[in-house]
Design a protein around this ligand. Structure first.
Ligand SMILES: Nc1ncnc2c1ncn2[C@@H]1O[C@H](COP(=O)(O)OP(=O)(O)OP(=O)(O)O)[C@@H](O)[C@H]1O
Ligand SMILES: O=C(O)c1ccc[n+]([C@@H]2O[C@H](COP(=O)([O-])O)[C@@H](O)[C@H]2O)c1
Length: 204
């Protein structure tokens, strides 16, 4: 690591909606890796969820903003909307290449949960991604972090984030909202208020 080099967490997600485990994961990365910033990159068109109805990207981004600027947020959390502005599938590699053209001196860490690490070698250009950035991974359903075999065959940097296993998910938040129940135990009061006011997920 070069001295003075900024350490940046790259936290991509559909955030449909953002929930409390996302916030815990961002904090685990910020504290665990002593990052200067965590960029919350809202996926415009997550191609692996293409068949699914999703809240508009503007609403998903608005909820992320409420989460990172509200109680439990931090000025080092930054909303990155580049994928919302781009046409076509949201490939992380395209965004990372673009960012590294803007800030070539920053060191990047891809922040993700074990479920995404399981499918990581299906990502567009994953081989180049692991050359460009380290992986910072949190356990999810089970209390283990395990790299897929194809990743182990290549040079890569992987750190496990210290974070308790949390069962919260966007799926659970959508299910609660759709049934008219209070989603705040999963997403917090502010995001739950936004979901209710904008009637998101009421027809899921
Ligand atoms: N409870 C959790 N523990 C650890 N990581 C999580 C958790 N929830 C989400 N993540 C991670 O956050 C990132 C963004 O997740 P995403 O926006 O898809 O939320 P999700 O809860 O997984 O959504 P859905 O339930 O709709 O599949 C992914 O890397 C995912 O692994
Ligand atoms: O670049 C890819 O091919 C790719 C494939 C699957 C997922 N991702 C990214 O992984 C992040 C988490 O995705 P998701 O579906 O769990 O919201 C989000 O930023 C996606 O754009 C990226």
């Amino acid at each position: 690591m070069r001295s003075g080099q900024r350490q940046i967490g790259w936290f991509g997600g559909s955030f449909d909606p953002v929930h409390r485990a996302h916030l815990a994961l961002a904090w685990a990365a910020l504290d665990g890796l002593v990052l200067d910033e965590v960029r919350w990159v809202v996926a415009g068109r997550p191609w692996q969820k293409a068949g699914r109805r999703m809240a508009p990207a503007e609403d998903r981004a608005a909820m992320v903003r409420l989460m990172i600027e509200g109680e439990g947020g931090d000025p080092r959390f930054v909303l990155d909307d580049r994928e919302m502005k781009r046409a076509g599938p949201s490939y992380t590699l395209d965004s990372v290449r673009e960012y590294q053209r803007e800030r070539p001196d920053d060191a990047l860490w891809l922040v993700l949960g074990q479920d995404q690490l399981d499918g990581f070698t299906s990502w567009h250009g994953w081989e180049e991604l692991v050359e460009r950035m380290g992986l910072a991974v949190a356990a999810r359903a089970q209390d283990e972090v395990k790299a897929p075999a194809a990743l182990l065959d290549r040079p890569h940097r992987l750190v496990r984030l210290a974070m308790p296993t949390l069962q919260w998910s966007s799926t659970e938040a959508r299910r609660l909202a759709a049934s008219g129940a209070d989603a705040s135990p999963v997403v917090g009061d502010t995001v739950a208020g936004y979901i209710a006011r904008h009637r998101l997920y009421s027809e899921n």
